[in-house]
Design a protein around this ligand. Structure first.
Ligand SMILES: [Zn+2]
Length: 448
């Protein structure tokens, strides 16, 4: 039995226009211009609000099992649902064990089952010594792999060397997967006299050269392994953008993401002891941020993700406020759409463009193009109902994730998520709250 989703503003084929979207068995079966609900047993009329494809957040640390006090499948996916995120892809590290072998993937899946409010896919991990596990994990449906080029922050997920990266690229050549890197490499750092509770002292400890040296290494290895698609997670440095642009211009398959927090916060505004802003690579200057926006506009950076990476209040240690000792990671899962839209509209970008960066392009990155991140016939009926003109101030109640520590608290944003649908089913509405968890684990093998 079909249901109809109607609005005067529906994002279809890159344009926002009046349309009726027909859904049966969780899949979009037809899209009609204007209002035409003939044959529909149920009609959802969202006129006045915009119907967008649900967001695909390709970079989320759910941390379960092993560090479930940091987050967890239930709380993390509730936060996602509250913000119109209908698919999250879980990162391989910070859970124990990390997702680096088939057995560890099984442990992760057992922990996830029955708890998820939205659909969840999985990245695998690249660590020294697990090259032989990679192809098996591809066959099991992991979307790709992430490796660290610098210390990750947790002992069980060591960094890879350029030699490890080279070997992994050879191993995965021609496979339907994506090899991703945390692109910072340790470089000599000038001494900084500033106190460790100042943001300046932290920023100087993670200079642009960490990212530029890593990008140069990635580009060099990519030229040697052009049959292995690569991706740079959470690009932060403007100085790394030209290296990426030149590599892409030379035809190398290297994509990149940046994060909501790099596009919204500026180093100049971060207060002393503001360790809830700490992440690696760091939030940089206003001038740096302008270059990231330009890189998005030019398509050098294709996607925007949360890198939601929470921890317990003790590890953030706001009381002491020592940036060097605090856990690095920003919490913001579920706030991404209004954050990005608030800043994007000021800079003259359209809501359709914001959607492309956070839904269609991320779906493509994770091998789910056509199924997720788009309102199109044959795609899953994953929708967010967004009132793009309704302002709100981020309060505790908007921090739906487990540990309510976020630099976004108090932010004045434009655009409110009213409801979220996953495969045609309402999983969240501002009025009614959350439905019981019925998210699926995405384990189909990538084809591209
Ligand atoms: Zn991360």
């Amino acid at each position: 039995m079909a249901s109809a989703f109607v609005s005067d503003k529906v994002l279809v084929d890159g344009l926002i226009r009046p349309a009726t979207v027909l859904v049966a068995a969780g899949v979009v079966t037809a899209i009609r211009p204007g209002v035409d609900t003939a044959g529909a047993a149920v009609v959802h009329d969202f006129s006045g609000r915009t119907l967008l494809p649900g967001l695909v957040d390709a970079h989320v640390h759910l941390n379960e099992p092993g560090r479930t006090e940091w987050e967890g499948f239930a709380t993390g996916t509730r936060a996602a649902a509250s913000g119109g995120v209908t698919t999250v892809i879980d990162m391989p590290l910070n859970a124990i064990p990390p997702t680096t072998t088939e057995a560890n993937l099984d442990t992760k899946l057992a922990a996830a089952r029955g708890q998820c409010h939205v659909d969840v896919g999985f990245w695998g991990g690249l660590v020294p010594g697990n090259r032989g596990d990679l192809r098996a994990l591809v066959a099991r449906g992991v979307r790709g792999f992430k490796g660290f080029m610098i210390e990750s922050g947790v002992d069980e997920f060591p960094a890879v060397s350029p030699a490890d990266m080279d070997a992994a690229m050879a191993e995965l050549a021609g496979e339907p997967t994506l090899l991703m890197f945390h692109a910072e490499m340790d470089q000599p750092v000038a001494a900084c006299a500033a106190a460790p509770t100042t943001y300046e002292s932290f920023l100087r400890s993670r200079p642009d050269t960490f990212e530029t040296s890593a990008l140069a290494t990635i580009a060099e290895l990519s030229a040697k392994h052009p049959a292995t698609p690569l991706h740079v997670v959470h690009l932060s440095s403007a100085e790394a953008v030209p290296i990426l642009r030149d590599a892409q211009a030379a035809g190398l398959p290297i994509s990149a993401e940046t994060c909501f927090h790099y596009l919204y916060f500026r180093a100049e505004d971060i207060p002393d002891k503001g360790t809830h802003y700490k992440c690696c690579p760091p939030i940089r200057s206003t001038a740096n941020q302008d270059v990231l926006w330009d890189a998005l506009a030019a398509g050098v950076i294709q996607t925007v993700v949360s890198d939601h990476s929470p921890c317990t209040p003790e590890l953030k240690d706001l009381a002491t406020g020592d940036f060097h000792k605090s856990w690095g990671g920003v919490s913001g899962l579920g706030l991404g759409l209004p954050i990005l839209w608030t800043e994007a509209r000021k800079r003259g970008f359209s809501l359709a463009q914001v959607s492309a960066w956070t839904a269609a392009n991320t779906a493509k990155q994770v091998g789910l193009a056509g199924r997720k991140g788009t309102i199109a016939v044959g795609a899953d009926a994953d929708f967010v109902v967004f009132d793009e003109n309704k302002p709100f101030v981020v309060g505790r109640e908007n921090l739906v994730f487990k540990n309510k520590i976020s630099p976004y608290e108090g932010a004045e944003l434009t655009g409110t998520v009213e409801a979220t649908f996953v495969r045609g089913r309402e999983v969240y509405s501002a009025a009614a709250g959350f439905a019981a968890p019925a998210g699926e684990l995405i384990l189909e093998r990538r084809t591209a």
